[in-house]
Design a binder for this molecule. Sequence first.
Ligand code: SOE
Length: 380
Amino acid sequence: MIGYKFMGKAHSHAYRDVSFYFDSEVEPVLQAVCGRNDEGVKEAAEKMGWLSYETDWRKLIARDDIDLIDIVTPNNAHAEMAIAAAEAGKHVFCEKPLAMTLEQARRILEAVEKNGVIHMINHNYRFSPAVQYAKKLIETGRIGKIYHIRASYLQDFIMDPKFPLVWRLDKEICGSGTLGDLAAHSIDLARFLVGEFKEVTGVLETFIKERPLVEDSSGLSGKASEDMTGEVKVDDASLFIARFENGALGTFEATRFAGGNRNGNRFEINGEKGSIRWDAEKMNNLEVYFHDDEPGLQGFRNITCTEDIHPFAGAYWPAGHIIGYEHTFINLIAELLHGISKGISPSPNFHDGVRNQAVLAAIETSSTTKEWISISSLLE
Ligand code: SOE
């Protein structure tokens, strides 16, 4: 694994716990973790249970005791590392968004395909049992033809103008702000549940255009400099509307300025026979409404998706015993291991990463041209 902070912790935990809950033909061995800071990576290796560590990612990739490279670095490093890993014949698991640009994402996909390695991108939210069950309800026609998806991803952790310019706000390192960080998750959920995007148009805004610099920008936050500032070139908020190939309409909002919302990743889907709602902060629950419920008793019912019938839930506890954020990663890693053993790249893989990146690119372009952008025109 290259990187070891927030996502490194989530991935490491999943590798360590997956065999506890899921039977798999292959078992992860936490062979080596890599980071630039010798002391930091050594400490992370000890704490998270990695058997060894490296400070040079090229050395890690060259090791012949490693089959899978997991990239949890900031976005600007994904392309180089993923391509090098694929060329060395390693399977690749990469954090979202796949790349800084659509062109880079396509090069990554080309490399994994050419080298015949397994690939997967981390969109963990779709691995919540409730979201998986929503997919089942949609696939079995319970909601009917879909008219709307209304998705929002609301956070508030950078509202203070003194919050420093960490890597998630640095265009050179992350490529975009809320778009790649938050909207990418909503786009993945929409593609998973509704279908392919046809066209989009959106607006981006940066509310705080100058922020204090920070000595170590590699974390989620950091100590703000008292006298040095830098320009914020990424979006603080991204709003867009979409048409889907199947005729559905989508409205999307991703922002880090929605006071009181810490990690409000939500969606509502309305179809001809019913509606579905989900909120990541109450991730075990799915709210479902059916039009053909008895008059007088109609309304959203609240289902706790912890029964065997709810995908992945049966691997954990008896019904009603809830799971959390970290389990979405365990479920995803279980799929990845299954994919490796069968020789297939589970979804979401780098094909999904490229399509997601195309939607991100289209929103960005439309925010300056003020036009609708067709997604297929970008993927030709
Ligand atoms: C921070 O904005 C962040 O951690 C994202 O990077 C994640 O992708 C999201 O799941 C939660 O918020």
